[in-house]
Design a binder for this molecule. Sequence first.
Ligand code: SF4
Ligand code: MSK
Length: 643
Amino acid sequence: MTDGEKSIDRTVESLLQKAKQDEVELVWDRLELQLPQCKFGQQGVCCKICAMGPCRITKKAEFGVCGATADTIAARNFIRMVASGAAAHSDHGRGVALTLLALANGEAPDYRIKDEQKLIAVALDFGIEVGERSTEEILKDVAKAVLAEFGNQEGEIRYLKKAPLRRQELWRKQGIAPRGIDREIVEIMHRTHMGVDHDPEHLLRQGMRASLGDGWGGSMLATDVQDILFGTPEPILGEANLGTLSEDEVNIIVHGHEPLLSEMIVVAAQDKELLDLAKQNGAKGINITGMCCTGLEILMRHEIPIAGNFLQQELAVVTGAVEAVVVDIQCIMPALANVAQCYHTKIISTSPIAKFPGTIYIEFDEENALEMAKKIVRIAVENFPNRLGKVAIPQEKMEHISGFSYETINYLLGGVYRASVRPLNDNIINGRIRGVAGVVGCNNPKVRYDWVHVELVKELIKNDVAVLQTGCSAIACAKEGLMIPEAAQFAGAGLREVCEAVGIPPVLNMGSCVDNSRILIAASAMVKEGGLGDDLSDLPVAGAAPEWMSEKAISIGQYFVASGVFTVFGVTWPTLGAEETTRILFEKMEGIAGANWAFEPDPIKAAKLIVAHIDGKRKALGIDKARERVLFDMAKRRELEAV
Ligand code: SF4
Ligand code: MSK
């Protein structure tokens, strides 16, 4: 791949050149040094879970030393990915829930309840008495109830009740309703220990159960608690890409996933003393930007610009204009510390569970959160005079509208007195909108950066499929101008008409990785509203992660599928060396959960799979004819215009 072929984002090519001049090694260079990558690992048929191995399944050696088959090994590896992804999302949820409890106990003095309505809604979901009780009393009960979900041992997690009734029944019938968030993850680790569970389908069912504990548990709780603490997002006008870095201000990038500290950094950056200090140091101000999901969290709630997505974390440092990158948890490359050595950038790690050699470590402490944030901002401000003569900030930045929480979509569609998804359902039924796709997930240097996301999303909206987004995929499309109302010009005639009438882009940014739970809630509301079947698997909807790389993406995809949503992944597929395990995932899951996985690296072909799936669901619902009529109307209209 030439530098130009590595990405569609123009910031990449220029910064790759600069990195070469500055003799900095980046993710693309390291990937090249890894090639060729191990095929056994890629295809999921390498096992190293005991010391008789590692074992690789080949034509010559069909079994591991213990007798495990390729299917057992691949299924075990696959659900271990689910376990890790579910653990990451859920531990994030636990982290914010602990802060909620600390707030209730008066031990987190810098935090407030920003969305009291959400607090009451969560209290009601948990059956907590509201009545005349004080907010403090309710808060304490909510925090304890949320935390109890993680260690729940029996019954099922509370939020499953947010799903349509038919779906809840199916989960119970299939034995995949999660009992407790932690329990299902631990059970995966137990079942995949040497010599325990060897039946591929039995293993994969446990993967489904743990992933549901993520989507309808850990992630959903993380989203709700963050909304309580920091506010439920509403539409904002933001900017995205490295052009949001400032030439003459102190640049601080917050990166990772958990917004507890970054919220405080936003406050600290407005502190007069620190602003004065920035001026004394020759800067005009303090510019906070975000990266990955921490970036999305503060973008959605404070209009903080987003500097980039996963593959831009090193490039941001290469600009030479970043005084500090403040990292919390997940998707932070350890290489950042090495890259930063060539510039003046300080990498500041903050999570008690995530230390990075070669970085400054300031442990996050919710009791002194604002003080800590000020300390960090001060380090960045004092670093401004150390900028070397190597500054090159790309010009590229793009406006976008973000902040489409489920509540906002409801309000925008139905109005303040009649907030509902009825207009969405009606427009799906009448065929203007063909269906809805959730396109989410990471970047991966193995494919042309951002290209797969953008091509897939463009092809979907061209076919009248409305797109909901989160994570790095959302950032990719924001950078490409797909999240402004004008992007409706790329949509098919039906979707365009709806977008123009409501005043929304055809591609909606719903937030960070844990906010995929907002997509589940929106889909459940579509079922409950009526007219589109009784279950999530009846809806003309689909999911995709076309440039995925993380285990969290696998957990997300698995809970989409286990919730009845057909899901297509790109790049690579981790069980291809095991025929039966792959068949269960791609064909048999439909019989268990009402949906399958699919693998298709080509974005246009992936879009075709999604459109065909949506059309199949429309036909089953008996609404395919409506769409044909709409298309006929459009053709007629064009004919008329031509005359
Ligand atoms: Fe090999 Fe079996 Fe041990 Fe895996 S569990 S490393 S297949 S002997
Ligand atoms: S940050 S999980 S690279 S989307 Fe949530 Fe992006 Fe994937 Fe991390």
